[in-house]
Each structure stands twice: as structure tokens, then as C-alpha cells.
Design a protein around this ligand. Structure first.
Ligand code: GDP
Length: 187
């Protein structure tokens, strides 16, 4: 994938308005979103992998193959930020999800070892309200053995009625499958 960073936007109105389709990536801070974007695009330093959770506060746009956008949504749910700040991210996220006309689907990342948070559940709500397709990625699959990860994936699929893909940046599992699923979203 040829992928380049377009910009970080703190207000929805400032985001690119051309007709290229968009696929968004969402998940709580530290879920492995930057690592996944780097792995997926094969560009290691694309999304800065940060050990400071909650660093992603903006809508980060990447142009892929000059054909579509990957939109890295604000990482939510980090405890050490103020309520006001968290409300700000939630508003930006909600506005994007409600207004973006070129959004074709959302990739929701969930840590293989964590239960879904209220905000994860809210995302599924938004998805079904907008009737947008979604893919769940179960991250850090290398942290569980094969049996447990398979059970986890099936659980997520039955809980949310969406396709779930186990993914690991360490073993590379899930990369091809996710790429195909995203291409399908883009049509
Ligand atoms: P983000 O906050 O969602 O962007 O998460 P990062 O990509 O910065 O990753 C958070 C932490 O999880 C980092 O320490 C990563 O090295 C680690 N991590 C990310 N993906 C994986 C994975 O597939 N396996 C393992 N074991 N660790 C991962």
C-alpha cells in the first residue's frame, strides 16, 4: 500500500472534502491501533506508535494509493485525561461518524484480553444507527493461545453480529484477511 499522512484535524469541518471513500479505525487507547496501521500499510513509522496512551486526540487522515482514506479516530477511554477533554474527543468522534458522507465502514479494534468498554458499545450503536458496515479486529492475538483466541473471536462475532479478525503485529496473523475485508468495504 502506498500511504501518506495527510493531516490531523481537530474539527470535523477541516477534514478533506473530496469524494474519495473513507474507512475509519477506532478503539480505546493502547489497543494497538498505531501498530496495526503501520503493519497494514507496511510503513513502519506512519502512525507514531506511542507509549503514552491517549495521545491520539484528532482525526488523522492517511491517503492510500491515492484512492481512499484511512481515518485514524481519536483513541478513547484513557483514564488520565480530564472529563472536559474526553467530552471533546467524544464530540469530535460523534460528529465525524454522523456527518461523514464518504465513510464506507469502520474497523473497531478490541484488545484480545479486555472486555468491551462502554465506549466500544457506543461505537457499535453508532454503526447500527448509521447502518454502516463494521469489522472487529481482535488485537494482540499473540497474547493468547490459538484455542483462546478462536473462542474470543467467536464470542465477539456472536455478541456484535460482525465479522471479527484476530490480528497480531508480532506474528503478522490477520493482515491479509483484514486487507481483503477493507477492500470489500471499499467496493
Ligand atoms: P494505540 O494507542 O492504540 O495506537 O496502541 P499502540 O500501537 O501504540 O500499541 C500499544 C502497545 O501495545 C505498544 O506497547 C505496542 O508495542 C503493543 N502492541 C501493539 N500491537 C501488538 C501486538 O499485536 N502484540 C503485542 N504483543 N503487543 C502489541
Amino acid at each position: 500500500m502506498n500511504c501518506r499522512f495527510v493531516g490531523s484535524f481537530y474539527q470535523y469541518d477541516q477534514t478533506p472534502r473530496d469524494k474519495r471513500p473513507q474507512v475509519a479505525f477506532a478503539g480505546r487507547s493502547n489497543v494497538g491501533k498505531s501498530s496495526l496501521l503501520n503493519k497494514l500499510t507496511g510503513q513502519r513509522k506512519l502512525a507514531k506508535v506511542s507509549n503514552t496512551p491517549g495521545k491520539t486526540r484528532s482525526l488523522n487522515f492517511f491517503l492510500v494509493n491515492d484512492r481512499f482514506y484511512f481515518v485514524d479516530l481519536p483513541g478513547y477511554g484513557y483514564a488520565r485525561v480530564s472529563k472536559t477533554e474526553r467530552a471533546g474527543w467524544a464530540k469530535l468522534l460523534e460528529e465525524y461518524l454522523e456527518k461523514s458522507e464518504n465513510l464506507r465502514g469502520i474497523v473497531i479494534l478490541m484488545d484480545s484480553r479486555r472486555e468491551p468498554t462502554d465506549l466500544d458499545l457506543q461505537l457499535f450503536d453508532w454503526l447500527s444507527r448509521r447502518q454502516l458496515p463494521g469489522i472487529v479486529v481482535v488485537t494482540k492475538a499473540d497474547k493468547l493461545n490459538r484455542d483462546r483466541i478462536n473462542r474470543r473471536v467467536r464470542q465477539v462475532e456472536s455478541d456484535f453480529g460482525l465479522t471479527a479478525i484476530p490480528f497480531s503485529t508480532i506474528t503478522g496473523v490477520g493482515k491479509n484477511e483484514l486487507q481483503s475485508a477493507i477492500m470489500e468495504l471499499l467496493g
